[in-house]
Unconditional design. Structure first.
Length: 120
């Protein structure tokens, strides 16, 4: 059983959440659902291997500004993204969406390249 005080939490073995131990359990449940949904989409659209999200919080008065760095590894390559916002869920969704869009863009680009190569 994993130690709850670890700096890195693993989800399903191929998703690492670093720095998320400072969150409330209810917040972490929502984060896991958001990330899980995006990883499912990534698996459907690419050769997904693993993803790592790192959370940094910056205190401003009574609230926090959340910054997340994301790295995802695919058979198609490595994709990075980062985002900062007051809303934690928005930041997580922005990073995951950006990585997904990069993957989709690369796949479309490769498909266009394959069509040009075959037509010549």
């Amino acid at each position: 059983m994993a130690d709850v005080k670890e700096k890195e939490a693993k989800l399903g073995g191929n998703i690492a959440l670093v720095g998320f131990e400072v969150l409330e359990p209810a917040e972490l449940i929502v984060i896991k659902k958001i990330v899980g949904n995006y990883v499912r989409k990534m698996c459907e659209n690419g050769n997904y291997k693993e993803m790592r999200l790192t959370l940094q919080q910056k205190k401003h008065g009574k609230s926090f500004k959340h910054e997340i760095y994301g790295l995802a590894l695919f058979g198609e390559g490595r994709f990075h993204s980062s985002s900062m916002d007051w809303n934690l869920y928005t930041v997580v969704a922005n990073v995951c969406e950006s990585i997904l869009q990069e993957l989709l863009h690369k796949k479309k680009k490769e498909q266009r390249h394959d069509k040009v190569t075959y037509n010549q």
